[in-house]
Design a protein around this ligand. Structure first.
Ligand SMILES: *[C@@H]1O[C@H](CO)[C@@H](O)[C@H](O)[C@H]1NC(C)=O
Ligand SMILES: *[C@@H]1O[C@H](CO)[C@@H](O)[C@H](O)[C@H]1NC(C)=O
Ligand SMILES: *[C@@H]1O[C@H](CO)[C@@H](O)[C@H](O)[C@H]1NC(C)=O
Ligand SMILES: *[C@@H]1O[C@H](CO)[C@@H](O)[C@H](O)[C@H]1NC(C)=O
Ligand SMILES: *[C@@H]1O[C@H](CO)[C@@H](O)[C@H](O)[C@H]1NC(C)=O
Ligand SMILES: *[C@@H]1O[C@H](CO)[C@@H](O)[C@H](O)[C@H]1NC(C)=O
Ligand SMILES: *[C@@H]1O[C@H](CO)[C@@H](O)[C@H](O)[C@H]1NC(C)=O
Length: 397
């Protein structure tokens, strides 16, 4: 009797030790649901958990914390994944190339080190009932997710959502993005909304149907809008873009429906302000307080009006080329603030960016070239391209 009890308790100790070993392994690879069930009493897994390639359904019962990574990669038959009690993944939550995964349920998950999901062509929604509110990086690419409901972070280093062609809304409570924010190539209708974002290192919006940045105050890197489908872009609280050491640009390129940009509080851009190929923009007048630009102002297109009324200092050049008739004299106050090359030209047949020569049909009001600090007339490319003008310029030298 005593021997029996002794043996039973020894067996129990052995089992507990085996369990402890499993719970603290640096990497645990599970091939079957039975392997997963062996971890059921591990409330905390000390290392990484890796799912093997033959699982069709995987249910991670009992595990509450994974201290390492959860890696589910190239599981080509995995259809259903759930972790009913998992609240925290301290490392990466990596789901890569899961071609038939169509159900992903993490109803208790709140905190993840990094979300890295790539190529999930069958996953259209998430069941993240508790909502992930902490993650340092989120990269979601090439999925059919229709919404990111269940992921709602306050601060993040990197937030990059791209190539999710059915994704129609990205609305996140982010206040600070310390590295980069990029929403690119999702559904053309995607509405990107960051109602609480006040500070962002770098932000890029490409192919978005709408972008809302009502509280954005500072962009420490660059802010770019490319090939978007929206009509209006407003950043009512933005005061500066870039830093004195690294610059930082504001770019609007190829936004075919854009008509109105409004940045009423911006005073300083440490790089360049560029408008290019936004063919519907008729007025560039949304920068009423912009006074210092360390790079250039480079605007080209088909607009009738443009003005930067508060400019005091443009350390780079100024390039304005438009197909419309344009009265460059209205910008005369600005010209003396431009340290680099000044070009202003209306009625340009093929308006180009800084460095190109405006090609007018003779109808535009055009001016270029500038006296340098030594008082010598420097010949801009636009003049140099015309042999007759080069001849006249040569007379001045
Ligand atoms: C995700 O996991 C796969 C498979 O282990 C790996 O190849 C890939 O580099 C991982 N991605 C990241 C960002 O860690
Ligand atoms: C955002 O984070 C950066 C980097 O940590 C910091 O310098 C900045 O002050 C933060 N901004 C806000 C508004 O919290
Ligand atoms: C920063 O933003 C610019 C323009 O929006 C983009 O071209 C560049 O790749 C971004 N850099 C990083 C590190 O995200
Ligand atoms: C702001 O940008 C500068 C220049 O790129 C960089 O050195 C600095 O670390 C950035 N600041 C933060 C808080 O990320
Ligand atoms: C442009 O947008 C701003 C802010 O949204 C608005 O006040 C202004 O009237 C708009 N301008 C035009 C021409 O629509
Ligand atoms: C502007 O559009 C023209 C013609 O489509 C294209 O060649 C050029 O690369 C575009 N410029 C930029 C900066 O995207
Ligand atoms: C110049 O402008 C006038 C009036 O806008 C127009 O009638 C004429 O055709 C233009 N000339 C050229 C060469 O484009």
């Amino acid at each position: 009797m005593l021997r029996k009890i002794l043996l039973a308790s020894l067996a129990l100790v052995g089992a507990v030790n085996a369990q402890r070993g499993a719970c603290s392994a640096t990497t645990t690879v599970v091939q079957t649901q039975a392997d997963i069930d062996n971890l059921q009493s591990c409330a905390t897994l000390g290392g990484d958990l890796v799912l093997g390639p033959n699982l069709v359904t995987a249910t991670l019962n009992g595990i509450r914390t994974i201290k390492g990574d959860l890696i589910i990669s190239n599981c080509l038959v995995l259809q259903t994944l759930s972790a009913p009690e998992l609240g925290s993944i301290e490392g990466k939550f990596n789901m890569t190339s899961l071609t038939v995964l169509n159900s992903c349920s993490f109803p208790a998950l709140r905190s993840v080190g990094e979300i890295y999901w790539q190529t999930l062509p069958a996953l259209s929604s998430l069941t993240f009932t508790a909502t992930v509110t902490q993650a340092s990086r989120v990269i979601i690419t090439d999925t059919i997710l229709e919404s990111l409901q269940g992921i709602n972070l306050v601060t993040v280093q990197q937030f990059n959502i791209n190539n999710n062609r059915y994704l129609k809304e990205v609305k996140v409570q982010l206040t600070n993005v310390t590295d980069s924010l990029a929403i690119e190539f999702n559904s053309p209708a995607v509405a990107a909304s960051f109602p609480n974002l006040v500070w962002c290192n770098n932000a890029t919006f490409r192919s978005c149907g709408d972008v809302q940045l009502p509280n954005l105050g500072v962009v420490n890197g660059s802010l770019g809008f490319f090939e978007n489908g929206f009509n209006d872009l407003s950043a009512p609280k933005l005061t500066s873009v870039g830093t004195g050491t690294q610059g930082g640009d504001i770019t609007f390129a190829n936004n075919k429906k854009l008509t109105n940009v409004s940045m009423p509080q911006i005073t300083t851009v440490f790089g360049t302000v560029q408008f290019v190929n936004n063919s519907n923009v008729e007025e560039i007048e949304g920068f009423p307080k912009l006074s210092v630009v360390h790079g250039s102002i480079d605007v080209s297109g088909e607009f009738d009006k443009a003005d930067f009324p508060a400019i005091k200092d443009i350390r780079g050049g100024f390039n304005l080329q438009t197909t419309a008739q344009f009265d460059c004299d209205k910008l005369s106050g600005l010209k003396s603030s431009v340290k680099g090359k000044y070009v202003c030209s209306g009625a340009v047949t093929n308006p180009g960016t800084e460095g190109t020569t405006p090609n007018t049909n003779g109808n535009g009001s055009s001016s270029s070239g500038k006296k340098n600090s030594a008082g010598r007339f420097t010949v801009g490319n636009s003049l140099a391209a015309t042999p007759v003008l080069v001849f006249f310029a040569a007379l001045f030298l």
